[in-house]
Design a protein around this ligand. Structure first.
Ligand SMILES: Cc1ncc(COP(=O)(O)O)c(C=O)c1O
Length: 357
């Protein structure tokens, strides 16, 4: 077995995974990419030199490679700026992975339901077949099942950790074991990692040439409206992201706000601690209700609750002007509600409403 694993790993060849048209692609060269230096008069990008009467400061195209932000992230995560891709949400990174690696109507991706829905939607948009290897009863990876499904057309495996909608972390050693034994790209989506208390897998990108780690500013950083997500991988993979991405995929306003957020990192850390503490309270309180059969262990900023009748509770809460997510139609999540941890006031209102049920 060890020999087989070693053999496959040593045979990992990125160029064999990349679509031929992407290898051949001459990427668009934007004005700001061609000239990123200092000058007094910029007449190279067909911007409006008079500016806007509506908002000052946005008449110029933003940095296409978001270098200032990457420098901050590189320092924080101890990686090189060339090992970071910044996208219009991590949803953009997910879509680009299909566009870089998967030949439509030929290649395949493996997903592990119940999991984040965009992996399959992105695959469908890109005409890529998805194979489903369901999580085990305790919502962990079916390592053998995943390995068995890999064939020469399998380019991507999506692992969500902590997983949405179940909330739990996947076992790190198992992800590493899989990554070492398959020829495809292993994508670990860590959108919720900062609520878990566990280390990110970013530091594994130097050991695993086929690992891509996704993170986002939408959750722990509290900036979902800005649409800024991240991918970490070796330089070769990140260069492919940059080759394929739209030229100015992260707006000026988003870039400025993210830089500002780095000046307030202590606040971000404080909010994470508060959310974790509210999550524990929420779990305890929810367990008091007879219609809550089980709260699944969670490492994220939400809980998954198995109930006696999810549809009824969902509708009742809607009537109370509280929206949770009904995940009943998701396999292995029958009668489950996914509830995001709110502020102390919001969680108290939720409890008050549930008491009326
Ligand atoms: C697991 C997971 N990945 C990615 C995303 C999307 O993140 P972004 O806002 O960066 O596109 C979500 C959003 O809910 C998510 O749950």
């Amino acid at each position: 077995m060890f020999i087989r694993v070693l053999f496959i790993f040593m045979n990992f060849n990125l160029q064999k995974l990349v679509r031929e048209n992407i290898k051949r692609l001459s990427p668009y060269s934007s004005a700001r990419k061609e000239f990123a230096g200092k000058a007094e008069i910029f007449l190279d990008a067909n911007e409006n030199s008079f500016g806007s009467p509506l908002a000052a400061g946005y008449s110029r195209y933003p940095d296409p490679l978001q270098l200032e932000i990457k420098e901050k992230i590189a320092e924080l995560e101890k990686v090189k700026t060339s090992e970071i891709f910044i996208g219009n949400g991590s949803d953009e990174a997910i879509d680009l992975l299909f566009r870089i690696f998967c030949e439509p109507d030929l290649d395949e991706a493996i997903i592990c339901p119940p999991t984040y829905g965009m992996y399959k939607v992105s695959a469908d948009i890109n005409a890529v077949k998805t194979k489903e290897v369901f999580l085990t009863a305790d919502f962990q990876l079916d390592v053998q099942g995943i390995r068995k499904e890999f064939n020469k057309w399998t380019k991507l495996l999506f692992v969500c950790s902590p997983n949405n909608p179940t909330g739990n972390l996947m076992r790190r050693e198992e992800i590493i074991k899989i990554a070492k034994s398959v020829h495809g790209i292993v994508v670990v989506d860590e959108a919720y990692i900062h609520f878990s208390g566990e280390d990110s897998m970013i530091d594994e990108i130097k050991n695993l040439p086929n690992l891509v780690v996704l993170q986002t500013f939408s959750k722990a950083w509290g900036l979902a409206g800005l649409r800024v997500g991240l991918a970490f991988a070796n330089e070769e993979i990140i260069a492919l992201f940059n080759k394929v991405k739209p030229p100015y995929n992260v707006s000026q306003i988003a870039q400025e706000a993210i830089l500002e957020a780095f000046n307030n990192r202590e606040e971000v850390e404080k909010t994470i601690t508060e959310i974790i503490s509210e999550r524990e309270k929420l779990i305890k309180n929810l367990q008091e209700f007879s219609f809550v059969k089980k709260i699944y262990p969670t490492d994220a900023n939400f809980v998954l609750a198995k109930t006696t009748d999810a549809e009824k509770i969902y509708k009742f809460l809607l009537n109370e002007k509280i929206v949770v997510r009904n995940r009943s139609n998701v396999e292995l999540c029958e009668n489950c509600l996914r509830i995001t941890v709110g502020t102390p006031e919001e969680n108290a209102s939720l409890m008050e409403s549930l008491k009326k049920l």
